[in-house]
Design a binder for this molecule. Structure first.
Ligand SMILES: NC(=O)c1ccc[n+]([C@@H]2O[C@H](COP(=O)([O-])OP(=O)(O)OC[C@H]3O[C@@H](n4cnc5c(N)ncnc54)[C@H](O)[C@@H]3O)[C@@H](O)[C@H]2O)c1
Length: 345
């Protein structure tokens, strides 16, 4: 088991990688706890949940909306949860984003923690303290920062994940390797078979390496005023592909990364061999998808991107495996690049 800490101005969060999720109950207060989960996770693991009331949401991205927050808040009120209450999320990125946002606004804030049940949420969504919901087509546009008190990442829960969900998470793991950890990238390359077979020991190592990198970034720049922007690598085009194609987050980000790597190459930031190495790994795990977002739709997604300021947007480039930086780029240049690189059949 590995314990990783995130230290920010306002809070400290501990992430327990390899801890048994069934121990989560021992870290909770004795009363006032509400568990938020989704129907799938509850069906698989509900019989071993800590003994507190459970509110389930519908699985999937469609639950990330204000209406769901309102319904859950009404139920918290109905259960007489006051400011001393505690919300435990048991689920993937959607459950953690919804529960974290709810915890930050209900009665102006109650305590919270996560048991993170997907690869994507273990390597990314449940660490860092960002939460939020979508507004129509605009991703994560309503949200806050709130560090969960603890996050349990138990790789044994990943054995029940459908393949599509597992590979979606793998894309975010590769993203972390590309932007911050060449050794992690090499481990994924060298252990292709064990990654496919979800080798528990290897997963524990890969997940803890990814979280260590993210924790170091978030501890330095919780509010994304600088360094943290690099975590958005692949996400400018990725979010647009996710919303337009209704694609799984990780696959959309993988295609967004392919575009970002090519863009980095076009600008002379990365050499051809590194570019090919990154794209080869994405292809090897079959993470890339076709995308053909029409100009007017792309415009809608980009203008609503939180990384946009005026007519420019912070775009994340890589200068080699393990290195990334954000640079302001005119939105018009992003459009031109996409027009020349969209992957329609
Ligand atoms: N807050 C952040 O920093 C951050 C970072 C990255 C992504 N995200 C968000 O995370 C979301 C995607 O998260 P996700 O990919 O975990 O999706 P998800 O939460 O929808 O989970 C995917 C599916 O897997 C099921 N599932 C969950 N755990 C399971 C398990 N152990 N076994 C079997 N099935 C299981 C769920 O019911 C769901 O159907 C997106 O909304 C994205 O915006 C947030």
């Amino acid at each position: 088991m590995k314990k990783i800490e995130i230290d920010t101005a306002g809070a400290r969060s501990k992430i327990l990688v390899g801890e048994s999720w069934e121990k989560a109950g021992t870290f909770l207060p004795g009363t006032g706890v509400i568990i938020i989960s989704d129907d799938n996770v509850f069906r698989l693991y509900g019989d071993k949940f800590p003994p507190f009331p459970v509110f389930c949401i519908k699985p999937g991205e469609s639950s990330k909306k204000l209406e769901v927050i309102e319904l859950l808040a009404e139920r918290l009120l109905g259960a007489a949860i006051d400011r001393s209450g505690f919300i435990l999320a048991i689920g993937g990125g959607v459950v953690c984003d919804v529960a974290g946002f709810l915890a930050s606004v209900y009665m102006r804030g109650v305590r919270c923690a996560y048991v993170s049940t997907t690869l994507l949420s273990q390597v990314d969504a449940s660490t860092g303290g960002k939460n939020g919901v979508n507004l129509g087509n605009a991703k994560n546009i309503i949200g806050t920062f709130l560090q969960p008190e603890f996050v349990v990442c138990d790789p044994s829960m990943l054995m029940t994940l459908p393949d599509e969900e597992y590979f979606s998470g793998l894309a975010e793991l590769i993203k972390t390797a590309v932007i911050g950890d060449e050794k992690l990238f090499r481990l994924i390359e060298d252990h292709y078979g064990e990654v496919l077979s979800r080798d528990r020991e290897l997963l524990e190592l890969l997940i803890s390496m990814a979280i260590e990198y993210k924790a170091s970034v978030v501890s330095e720049d919780e509010r994304e005023t600088g360094l943290r922007r690099v975590l958005n690598f692949g996400h400018t085009f990725g979010h647009a592909i996710e919303m337009y194609k209704s694609a799984k987050h990780g696959f959309a980000v993988a295609s967004g990364m392919e575009l970002a790597v090519s863009y980095s190459f076009n600008r002379g930031y990365i050499d051809a061999s590194e570019k090919e190495r990154i794209i080869a790994l994405l292809k090897r795990f079959d993470l890339l998808r076709f995308h053909d977002i029409p100009d007017d739709q792309l415009y809608q997604y980009i203008v609503h991107d939180k990384k946009k300021t005026g007519s420019e947007i912070y775009f994340v480039f890589t200068s080699g495996i393990g290195r990334a930086f954000a640079e302001k780029v005119p939105v018009s240049e992003i459009f031109d690049f996409y027009r020349q690189n969209r992957k329609d059949r």
